[in-house]
Design a protein around this ligand. Structure first.
Ligand SMILES: [Zn+2]
Length: 88
């Protein structure tokens, strides 16, 4: 089973990016991959949110380090409802 989660992040400057997590688990092998879209790895977040701590996303437009507070919460809610679809 392969599942993809997308966390949208809004920078205060108006730039928008996302963190895409791909999770695969067929009962024998398991892997996890997080990639940044429209964001760079040059942020300096060092808090409790492991997704942000491991990826340290920063805005590619203005360079601001982004944190979980910049997550688009409306998209996050819709992601809970719609983006759990299995990719076949
Ligand atoms: Zn920005």
């Amino acid at each position: 089973m392969k599942v993809r989660f997308i966390t949208y992040v809004n920078c205060p400057c108006g730039h928008r990016g996302s963190i895409v997590e791909s999770i695969y688990d067929d009962g024998q092998s398991h892997w996890y991959l997080a990639t940044l879209r429209g964001l760079s790895h040059t942020g300096h977040y060092d808090g409790a949110n492991s997704l942000f701590a491991e990826n340290t996303p920063a805005c590619t437009a203005c360079g601001l380090s982004l944190t979980p507070e910049n997550v688009d919460s409306s998209e996050f809610m819709s992601r809970q409802a719609h983006d759990h679809a299995e990719i076949k």
